[in-house]
Design a protein around this ligand. Structure first.
Ligand code: NAD
Ligand code: TDX
Length: 359
């Protein structure tokens, strides 16, 4: 039976990954989820699987060396899937320090704990051991020319405190692969969207604001481009890398779905209009008059676009979900989970919103 250590499993992508894994493998796997439950971590995301026989939750900080070492001593971990991170660019602009702590130091602590547990006296590792480090396309910088893409070989050029901290973590993983032949992969993924995403990110923030009749704050001219990937497609790709990825390789994961931010917001407005029943009193207020152009994000990267050719050629992965379908599923999830949204937007979220948007 394979045992997975998932870090950050109570967050957006991590919780989707855990749901996907139990749905795919049932009782044939064990998952230990270590999460510090920061503002972004929500045990409620995992209620449906919390009683599964193979599931264990450990409330801990990945920077805590003793606790990370103890987890590897207690469980015979085969695969680490490392999601835990501070993940929001705007927060990294306000307070970079926690990004370096969690993303760089936390990754180093995990690498050391895994290496200590796995490395044999001759410097090799038992077959089946693998550390999958989940990273971002933002480490490659900002594209300006249309028709250019990020490849696995694109030089790193991080431009925000968030992406600099992720780049630092990636470099540590690379250095462990080179120096200790540490069995790892790095995945660099584009913007995810889907169920359980915290409403500080563009798509859930716009859905939530529109449903409340609040303004939709678009940074700058709204022409920045992101490559959107449905989260279920992403977690399938990660599962495939764990199963079949060639050790020591990096895989770019993208959606073939570049869109300008203003296009995304207009699609959300149109889709909400289509999906809300006619007698819903919010329906009339949901239109483009809610759009408000606001001061641009500092250092706002213009365009990200992943070339996921390598993962397609080597592992046969391609995104399956068209944006029109993925956004409908996402909105349907937020409709069905209005109480989830209400709980996560009370408390600290209000202070954060005031700080970034000034209202
Ligand atoms: P998220 O912010 O929703 O979740 C992060 C999780 O990590 C939370 O559960 C949080 O409690 C936990 N965490 C934070 N600090 C911790 C610490 N010190 N110790 C233990 N747990 C801690 O993030 P997400 O959007 O799910 O992203 C997951 C990973 O994927 C991140 O590494 C991120 O950089 C990467 N990524 C995200 C996207 C995206 O679009 N969301 C795209 C590419 C890559
Ligand atoms: O209110 C907003 N208005 C706005 O115009 C917000 C929150 C965002 N934006 C813009 C900024 C970006 O151009 O929308 C775009 C997407 O913004 P985010 O959702 O904050 O994502 P981004 O900054 O692109 O980073 C995301 O993708 C890569 C994730 O947050 C990262 O964790 C991931 O690594």
């Amino acid at each position: 039976m394979k045992t997975y250590l998932v870090t950050g499993g109570a967050g957006f992508i991590g919780s989707n990954y855990i749901h996907h894994m139990f749905a795919s493998y049932g009782d044939a796997i064990r998952i230990i989820n270590v999460d510090a439950l920061t503002y972004a971590g929500n045990p409620e995301n995992l209620t449906a699987i919390a009683d599964n026989q193979g599931y264990t939750f450990v409330h801990a900080d990945i920077c805590d060396k003793e606790k990370m070492t103890a987890i590897f001593a207690e469980h015979d971990i085969d695969i680490v899937v490392h999601f835990a991170a501070e993940s929001h660019v705007d927060r990294s602009i306000i307070d970079p320090e926690v990004f370096v702590r969690t993303n760089v130091l936390g990754t180093l602590v995990l690498l050391n704990a895994a290496r200590q547990a796995w490395e044999m006296t001759d410097g090799t590792y038992p077959p089946g051991k693998r550390f999958v480090h989940v990273s971002t396309d933002e480490v490659y910088g900002s594209l300006t020319e249309e028709g250019t893409y990020f490849y696995e070989t694109t030089p790193y050029d991080p431009r925000s405190p968030y992406s600099a901290s992720k780049a630092g973590a990636d470099m540590l993983v690379r250095s462990y692969m080179e120096t200790y032949q540490f069995p790892a992969n790095i995945t660099n993924c584009s913007n995810n969207y889907g169920p359980y995403q915290f409403p500080e990110k563009l798509i859930p923030l716009m859905i939530n604001n529109a449903l409340q009749g609040k303004k939709l704050p678009i940074y700058g001219d709204g022409l920045n481009v992101r490559d959107w990937l449905y989260v279920e497609d992403h977690v399938q790709a990660i599962d495939l890398v764990c199963e079949k990825g060639k050790l020591f390789e990096t895989y770019n994961i993208g959606g073939h779905n570049e869109k300008k931010n203003i296009e995304i917001v207009k699609i959300i407005l149109d889709t909400l209009g289509e999906m809300l029943p006619d007698d819903d009193e919010r329906k009339n207020g949901i239109n483009e008059s809610l759009i408000e152009y606001v001061t641009d994000r500092k250092g706002h990267d213009r365009r990200y676009a992943i070339a996921p050719d390598k993962i397609k050629i080597e592992l046969g992965w391609e995104p399956q979900t068209y944006f029109a379908e993925g956004i409908r599923r996402t909105i349907a999830w937020y409709f069905a989970n209005a109480d989830w949204m209400e709980r996560v937007t009370s408390g600290e979220y209000q202070n954060y919103y005031q700080q970034v948007y000034g209202k």
